[in-house]
Write a protein that binds this ligand. Sequence first.
Ligand code: 13P
Length: 283
Amino acid sequence: MSLSNYDEILRYAKKHRMMIGAFNCFNMESAQALVAAADVMHTPLIIQTYHAHVDFAGSDYMQAIADVAAKNVNVKIALGLDHGRSYEQAKQCIDDRYSAVMIDLATQDYEQNVRETSRVVALAHSKNISVEAELGEIVMADSTYEEIAAGYTDAEVARRFVKETGIDCLAVSVGTAHGTYKYAPKINFALLQELVETVDCPIVVHGGSGVSDEDIDRMVRLGVAKLNVGTDFFDAYKNAVHAAMATDELLAKCDIVDAMAAARTAVQKVAEQKMMIFTKYRV
Ligand code: 13P
């Protein structure tokens, strides 16, 4: 199948009462692993490329990889820019035929965020491409509980932001953070529920790595549309490559393709475990 946009995938997810994994992919092997997991688990999938990885690999390369990966399976696959830093970066991915872009101007003032996000929405929607934006601040996972809570999304402002920009989904700050948690995440489920129930677009939670299976299960039951996960895949990939070359002896006899194959298998396994929870209540 050709790439689907977020709108199509998130509507499907709502109808079937499941959460969609938005998994960070950074090269061909990680894309193959994630798409293979979606195929095995019969679930739509969003593969997303972190803004710095787009700078590294090129959005044209990543689009070509995702396009081939999607054509090889029978489930809906979207390709999104993750935490796009500017209108220009979002435009680059739109020009290279991504099916969605995220524009993250959460640290800028509200008016600036609305203005720039609306510009991205106008361009993207003219090409049937979806847009995600962020409100509140999702900080790094070595932050304290107080630092994380300081960035919480305000529900009233979120409702207004969605109306003013016309975005397709909103990333919110409710207690998760990016990277490897220093302190076990404490999610503000009351706030998350209010956002899911009162904001007029699908709600996205970031920082899914290291969140307990119980908390993920609760997000699925609450109706969170999309959960972003990156670090768990980076770690699975890295650890598999490292294991293949961990000693001088292993390094000397390691075939690089075998190391990449081990990494691909490791990423697929983690993706399938997560998808199992995301699709537990599917109808
Ligand atoms: P983690 O790397 O913490 O899973 O976060 C990923 C993410 O939210 C990407 O937007």
